[in-house]
Design a binder for this molecule. Structure first.
Ligand SMILES: *[C@@H]1O[C@H](CO)[C@@H](O)[C@H](O)[C@H]1NC(C)=O
Ligand SMILES: *[C@@H]1O[C@H](CO)[C@@H](O)[C@H](O)[C@H]1NC(C)=O
Ligand SMILES: *[C@@H]1O[C@H](CO)[C@@H](O)[C@H](O)[C@H]1NC(C)=O
Ligand SMILES: *[C@@H]1O[C@H](CO)[C@@H](O)[C@H](O)[C@H]1NC(C)=O
Ligand SMILES: *[C@@H]1O[C@H](CO)[C@@H](O)[C@H](O)[C@H]1NC(C)=O
Ligand SMILES: *[C@@H]1O[C@H](CO)[C@@H](O)[C@H](O)[C@H]1NC(C)=O
Length: 555
């Protein structure tokens, strides 16, 4: 094994002397600056966070994370093994924009390794499937990460979501597409050529096809790519063991006419021979006809990653964190990846430019509106929070779950007082987005508190919420609803976002205003269900504010 490593590492370094090239998309293919076709030949590179198993956490989603690109010693330890695999790309699923990534990013760049960075974080740092919103707090987190990584030359793509849409649960799609639109505009504004991607869960064609087409379509019908992703990732596990090369025929025909680049953002089933995957799919994935359709893939996973479908790791790390022990999976992937040579066609000059067709129409398996939510507006939401007569206040740094619970409670109370939560709610299916729906959860909560307080004669007792509400003596005399109209006069505005002053750290508080009003505070409320909380709570939110308020109005 040692001679293999030395040779591979030497070759990797020898072929990448000098700066790593930019990779851009022409039509549906990727190219380096010298016009060579680029294929992603990589691994997932993310230590598994703490998974709290529960019925509300069907996907075993972690509630903590370790940023692998901030672990300089870890990257130094792992680089020889990544080089032995002969990879050119790693995917990191959770990174912390407040940490320093120089050591890892520079070491990987020098070794010819690109990074695909997921912008979402566990719990309230992602677009919530059950109660989706594209809101200031999530956008601020995404922008802070892009900004932190923009100085590196080896970011291939930023993912705006991973497996957000599920079969029979496609209503979050407009929020994800709006995220792609706004992150793309931001990248352009900072002269970054990094691609915008999404990583999809696999599924039947009547789910996957409209999903892929939706993320790369133009809802305005004018052949514009402004809300289109550049890179569609498919988490595909259908190849099992030493499968026949026809295994991918179905998915190949589904993507044969796709308009932007596509790749396997995860592959490597553990179902057939757990722990000793043979990885023979790589010979099919990196050969014709798949090279006409796909731009490579990422084997899952370098670090141990267990799920109900098996143990996916290729290495173990010693308890003191210093030593890597590869397993058979690793050795087999080294063997298969070493056999791959990239085709270099079509040439960049003959690659057809993308066209951006109209979006899929709604039907029983695809329920996402072609009307997208607005760009989240930090200044507008801060204006609103400051004008609220009854504000949410907490001393807890772990307030995200509480905010979700309180929104539910306060919306019930508001409904019984004749108000509705329509302004903070939205629907990805009807494409109706409440005026305040793009604000962070804390601002939404203060907005609901204030409406209830005002409908109840501004009595102090109507701003208590068990001690979670505080009367704002500095609030203007206008009502919360009037303040929403004046702070957010254009509730469907789309513009290029900029890095918010409150978004430079993970938990910066807003300066010169109430402590709960920062754009980066709050929680995507339904994310509570992922901490293993109350299932009924998330079901309640799933039903949507509109349904709930209709009931309240009747009562
Ligand atoms: C999706 O909905 C259809 C029709 O209601 C149902 O038959 C199917 O089992 C559902 N699929 C999943 C994965 O929930
Ligand atoms: C819904 O439309 C998509 C095309 O956008 C199609 O692939 C899918 O099969 C349709 N679903 C049903 C249930 O007809
Ligand atoms: C890695 O650790 C797992 C779990 O402790 C163990 O089952 C496996 O044998 C280890 N693999 C290697 C190569 O050490
Ligand atoms: C998530 O919630 C925590 C508090 O529980 C907060 O500090 C953090 O800013 C929130 N993140 C986002 C993106 O809303
Ligand atoms: C945050 O609060 C939630 C709900 O109250 C709780 O389940 C979770 O353990 C808390 N997390 C931390 C890190 O304290
Ligand atoms: C805030 O609301 C929560 C949930 O209803 C409640 O448990 C808590 O006691 C309230 N008060 C404070 C100060 O957190």
């Amino acid at each position: 094994m040692i001679p293999v490593y030395v040779t591979t590492a030497f070759l990797a370094l020898a072929t990448t002397a000098g700066a790593i090239s930019r990779v851009t998309r022409t039509g549906r293919y990727l190219y380096t600056d010298d016009g060579t076709r680029f294929f992603i030949k990589g691994v997932a590179y993310q230590p598994e966070g703490l998974v709290v198993a529960s019925s509300a956490n069907a996907f075993n989603e972690p509630s903590t994370f370790t940023d692998p690109l901030a672990d300089a010693a870890g990257c130094t330890r792992d680089l020889p093994f990544l080089q032995q695999l002969g990879i050119n790309t790693i995917r990191a699923y959770s990174v912390d924009s407040s940490l320093n990534h120089d050591s890892c990013m520079n070491a990987f760049s020098a070794a010819g390794i690109y990074t695909i960075i997921d912008l979402a974080l566990p719990l309230n740092g992602s677009i919530d499937r059950d109660s989706p919103a594209w809101s200031t707090n999530i956008q601020d987190q995404y922008l802070a990460t892009v900004s932190a990584f923009s100085k590196y030359d080896n970011v291939l793509a930023y993912n705006v979501g991973n497996e957000v849409m599920l079969v029979n649960s496609t209503a979050p799609a407009p929020f994800v597409k709006a995220a792609a639109r706004d992150i793309k505009a931001y990248l352009t504004s900072i002269s970054s050529s990094a691609l915008v991607g999404y990583a999809a869960i696999d599924g039947p064609a009547d789910f996957l096809d409209p999903l892929a087409n939706y993320l790369s379509c133009d809802p305005s019908g004018s052949n514009s790519g402004s809300s289109a992703i550049d890179l569609f990732g498919l988490n595909n596990y259908e190849w099992c063991g030493d499968a026949p090369s026809t295994t991918y025929d179905g998915v190949n025909s589904e993507f044969a006419g796709y308009n932007v680049a596509a790749y396997f953002s995860e592959f490597g089933s553990e179902t057939c021979n757990p722990g000793v995957r043979v990885w023979t799919e790589t010979g099919t994935l990196f050969a014709s006809p798949m090279t006409d359709i796909w731009s490579g893939g990422l084997a899952f996973s370098y670090f141990p990653a267990s799920s109900s479908a098996g143990q996916f790791g290729m290495i173990n790390i010693s308890s003191d964190g210093t030593t890597v022990t590869p397993n058979e999976d690793f050795n087999n992937l080294v063997t298969q990846y070493s056999k791959i040579s990239f085709v270099n066609s079509p040439s960049q000059s003959s690659a057809t430019a993308s066209s951006f067709p109209a979006c899929p129409t709604l039907n029983s398996s695809w329920a996402a509106s072609n009307s997208l939510p607005p760009t989240p507006n930090d200044a507008a939401c801060l204006c609103l929070e400051d004008a609220m007569s009854c504000q949410f206040h907490t001393s807890s740094s772990n307030f995200s779950a509480l905010v979700g619970t309180l929104i539910d409670t306060a919306c019930s109370l508001l409904g019984s007082s004749g108000g509705t939560c329509d302004d903070i709610g939205s629907s990805g299916t009807t494409g109706v987005y409440g005026r305040v729906s793009m604000c962070d959860p804390v601002t939404k909560l203060s907005y609901v508190f204030s409406q209830y307080f005002e409908l109840n004669g501004r009595q102090a007792s109507a701003c208590s919420f068990d001690g979670n509400g505080t009367v704002n003596a500095n609030a203007p005399s206008e009502t919360a609803v009037a303040a929403a109209t004046s702070c957010i006069p254009s509730p469907s505005a789309v513009f290029t976002p900029s890095l918010s002053a409150t978004a430079t750290g993970q938990s910066g508080s807003s300066s010169g205003s109430s402590d709960s009003g920062s754009g980066s505070s709050g929680s995507a409320s339904g994310a509570v269900s992922m901490i293993g909380g109350n299932v009924l709570f998330s079901v309640g939110l799933m039903a949507g504010f509109t349904v709930a308020s209709a009931v309240w109005t009747l009562s």
